[in-house]
Design a protein around this ligand. Structure first.
Ligand code: GAP
Length: 515
């Protein structure tokens, strides 16, 4: 937002979300709500549904070899033993003894590294201003100061990776001490030891609670796909390579749940497990990295806002993993994970269930456990990435400003709003008849209150791509004006052309065709 200080921008997104009915803190009437849990309001639910639909259509409808399922949140508890989540789905936590605040040790270290990266970026920016035909890559590899910073980052990352892989929590603490990381609240280095904390929520089934009937709220939707692998493969007569997709709620007892809907305790994932012949997984891993990046770029929010980040520490199930990071208002952070999960999950489920989860390969005339490449994106995080890139404060001619949410039209909650210029002379009736006709295919808004200028502003702020105004000329020649949210340009068009204009400009098809 041009006129707003960066530190206020994020607060602005949160207040805008609330003011216009996108997102509310959950059960807000009680003590301002439940920490790290949010509700989607009337416009948020629409935007979220449209994002989910776009993902679903791009993954399932557009790929004959990918099918979708909807598995339950509750799963047999052994699922989580087999998947490794009971034993290994932990975050290293550390407390500051003075502020009594709890942090993720890995996040403290990553934030320290990010500060050094910022210094590098500043050096590059400074040099770019000084030299014509500036070659950033060359500068990064030759400038002494930048190289020193980069060496520091590499050394920290290497030490941290070694400590985590060896589960050496004393060493993780020592890294925090050696880097002289201070608590942002107390400003002190008075840290406790680092401990592991399991992120799964649990509850129990039946009337009596004991060890035997504990069940977990799924921390990822992926396991619902793995346990159904054979059901889907057999009933759908699927041949490798093929994918199973699903969207649904996941739950994690996050230690540090802040940054609005970026890190929540209850959130929604959109995941796809792609089953492949062993040995071909790296090809598919690269394919899905590029395919998913292309999907994000199709939203048109700016290619510079996305980058890949290869994982230093691989999850217990992966042999390669990368994140697609997005530039959120608080910096580049993980948006989507692409993981090559090997045959880990299916083999574990075979072992723990005693059931074979294999594929009979007719070409090789042999059975084997397929390898898996996973794409996993958080719907709420995606929502935040879109909302924060779309929200703008624009200066207009004449010194005026407007708040505009430049959402991709296909994702916008309302596709168009219909206004009668005045509330008399038969204009509302004509406006309502246009509305009635279009609402079979498009989410439409109707507004007859205040000046047309104010009505435009209200629709700009919620991202409605088109405003259709019915005026006196409309009664005579069956035309209306249609105003484009982004250019603010108005065209006069025939009423019977509105349907095709909205289809061309606002349907998901327009996005799907870019893929
Ligand atoms: N099945 C693999 C898996 O769950 P992950 O990297 O832990 O991998 C995948 O999560 C995605 O889910 C992340 O990239 C992020 O978008 C989203 N996500 C994870 N934890 C989240 C949280 N606490 N709140 C919101 N989104 C979250």
């Amino acid at each position: 937002m041009s006129n707003i200080k960066p530190e206020d921008f994020f607060k602005n997104i949160i207040s805008h979300s609330k003011e216009y009915g996108f997102i509310f803190p959950s059960s807000e009437i009680y003590d301002n709500g439940l920490s790290a849990v949010y509700d989607y309001g009337q416009l948020g639910a629409e935007l979220k549904k449209n994002i989910r639909d776009y993902w679903w259509k791009a993954m399932v409808q557009m790929n004959e070899n990918i099918v979708g399922i909807d598995s339950a949140i509750f799963m047999h508890p052994t699922t989580w033993k087999a998947s490794g989540h009971v034993d290994a789905f932990n975050d290293p936590l550390i407390d500051n003894k003075d502020s009594k605040k709890r942090y993720r040790a890995d996040v403290l270290i990553e934030e320290h590294v990010a500060k050094i990266e910022d210094k590098i970026n500043k050096e590059v920016e400074k040099a770019a201003k000084r030299f014509e035909n500036f070659d950033a890559a060359m500068f990064r590899s030759t400038n002494t100061r930048v190289k020193e910073y980069q060496d520091k980052i590499d050394a920290i990352n290497e030490r941290f990776k070694t400590a985590l892989n060896a589960n050496n929590l004393d060493e993780v603490k020592q890294i925090i001490v050696d880097l002289e990381i201070v608590c942002p609240i107390s400003g002190t280095k008075n840290w406790t030891d680092v401990r592991q904390f399991n992120l799964m929520f649990n509850t129990s089934t039946g009337a009596v609670t004991d060890e035997t009937n504990i069940i977990y709220l799924r921390p990822e939707t992926a396991q619902g796909i793995f346990v159904n692998y054979l059901n889907v493969q057999k009933t759908g007569r699927m041949k490798l390579p093929f994918g199973i997709a699903q969207t649904g709620k996941a739950f994690r007892n996050e230690i540090v749940a802040r940054q609005f809907i970026f890190r929540m305790r209850e959130f929604e994932q959109m995941e796809m497990q792609f089953f492949v012949k062993p040995g071909t997984e790296m090809e598919w891993y690269e394919y899905w990295k590029q395919t998913r990046l292309k999907w994000h770029l199709s939203l048109g929010l700016g290619a510079e806002k996305y980058r890949f980040h290869d994982h230093l520490k691989l999850a217990h199930y992966a042999n390669a993993a990368a994140d697609i990071e997005h530039q959120f208002p608080f910096g580049f952070k993980e948006l989507e994970g692409i993981h090559s999960r090997t045959d880990f999950d299916l083999k574990q489920h075979e072992q723990f269930s005693g059931k074979k989860l294999q594929y009979f390969d007719p070409e090789l005339n042999q059975s084997y456990v397929p390898y898996v490449v996973e794409t996993s994106v958080g719907l709420d995080r995606l929502f935040l990435s879109i909302l924060s890139s779309a929200l703008k404060e624009e200066s207009l001619e004449g010194g005026d400003t407007r708040t505009v949410l430049s959402l991709p039209p296909a994702l916008a909650p309302y596709k168009a709003a219909v206004f009668p210029l005045v509330k008399k002379d038969g204009l509302p009736e004509l406006a309502e008849s246009i509305m009635k006709d279009l609402k079979f295919d498009f989410m439409m808004a109707y507004d007859e209150k205040d000046t047309v200028g104010k009505r435009y502003r209200r629709q700009d702020a919620i991202g409605t791509p088109f405003c259709i105004t019915v005026d006196h000329q409309s009664l005579e020649d069956k035309t209306v004006t249609i105003r484009d949210r982004d250019t603010m340009k108005q065209d006069r068009v025939a009423i019977d052309k509105l349907h095709s204009i909205l289809t061309e400009k606002t349907s998901l098809q327009s996005l799907l065709r870019k893929l």
